[in-house]
Ligand binder design. Structure first.
Ligand code: DDH
Length: 294
């Protein structure tokens, strides 16, 4: 394809599905590489979330529109430690599909990862544009795992979310793990860290959580197997009365959590994007690779 043809290329939903499918292939390459639990899914979900969760509704700054995590110092913010892995993977896809914006690519990767790991469909549409380093956000917009309920509310209310949505979004910690060399914390939240389930909520209620005795940052471990972890901010969801009500509902009803999680994540991934930029008036439902075979 010549440069001129590439510049005139107007992608359709089908073209984005091709990108989705390519990302789906890459997820599994983790197992050959011996990476973590055998999928790049969790770290890609984290990239999509950290690129969106910088949004500030008052100033309208931050969010997924400009993919400013490509630039320093945002790339080097403590909260983003380790995400160079995910950005590097997406660089490969960007080379193959140069017409896609980084903001669309990263959020589509989050959608592909969640859906391919067995989660609910996440409505998504294209329209984000690449921005500039001057649009990067200041440090401190993402949650700090050592803090309490007030901090969680300050951070997520600033994005426009309420208590129910904070709890629903937090269920993403069913996935992945903490890495000593990234956040300083250590271990997975659940026994199935590459499958989307409501186990995070179940475990919060069903296990006894005790402070881990170690030289690392303050975190909890399950008394029984000592192989799972919770961050102080995770534990807040069963301590704070309002959060706990929703956490209990999600522990008891995975379908309810899937529904609320899908809606909140779709909103999260669209934060900071002016509605005039969307290529479609409504978000699309992209079929999983399994559904495409049916
Ligand atoms: Fe998270 N998260 N997260 N998180 N997160 C970490 C890992 C992952 C917090 C802190 C951490 C969300 C909310 C919060 C994922 C998704 C989401 C790690 C470990 C820390 C620390 C990083 C490392 O060492 O590699 C805090 C604090 C909050 C909060 O206060 C609410 C949300 C809303 C999401 C989401 O996706 C909607 C995922 C996935 C991971 C696993 C990454 C991996 O590499 O594995």
């Amino acid at each position: 394809q010549s440069a001129k043809a590439a510049a005139n290329f107007v992608p359709t939903k089908e073209d984005y599905i091709k990108v989705y499918n390519r990302i789906a292939e890459i997820l599994d390459e983790a197992s050959d590489k011996g990476y973590d639990d055998g999928s790049y899914g969790p770290v890609l979900v984290r990239l999509a979330w950290h690129s969106s969760g910088t949004y500030d509704k008052e100033s309208g700054t931050g969010g997924s529109n400009y993919a400013t995590m490509r630039f320093e110092p945002e790339a080097l913010h403590g909260a983003n430690a380790g995400l160079q892995v995910a950005r590097g993977l997406m660089e490969v896809v960007k080379k193959e599909f140069p017409w896609i914006s980084y903001g669309d690519l990263w959020t589509l990767a989050g959608v592909a990862a969640l859906q391919e790991m067995g989660g609910p469909h996440i409505p998504w549409r294209a329209g984000r544009i690449d921005g500039f380093a001057t649009q990067a956000t200041p440090d401190g917009r993402l949650p700090d795992a050592t803090q309490g309920a007030d901090h969680l509310r300050n951070i997520f209310y600033r994005m426009g979310f309420n208590d129910q949505e904070i709890v629903a979004l937090s269920g993403a910690h069913a996935l992945g793990r903490c890495h000593r060399d990234r956040s300083g914390f250590d271990g997975p939240w659940t026994f199935s860290p590459i499958t989307v389930t409501n186990d995070y909520f179940k475990l919060l209620f069903d296990e006894s959580w005790v402070w881990k005795k170690w030289d690392g940052p303050k975190q909890l471990e399950d008394k029984k197997t000592k192989s799972l972890m919770m961050l102080p901010t995770d534990y807040v969801l069963v301590q704070d009365k309002s959060f706990k009500k929703y956490a209990k509902q999600y522990a008891q009803d995975q379908d309810l959590w899937f529904k609320d999680f899908s809606k909140a994540v779709a909103t999260l991934f669209e934060l900071g994007v002016p509605s005039t930029q969307w290529v479609a008036s409504e978000p699309w439902i992209i079929p999983t690779t399994d559904e495409q075979k049916e």
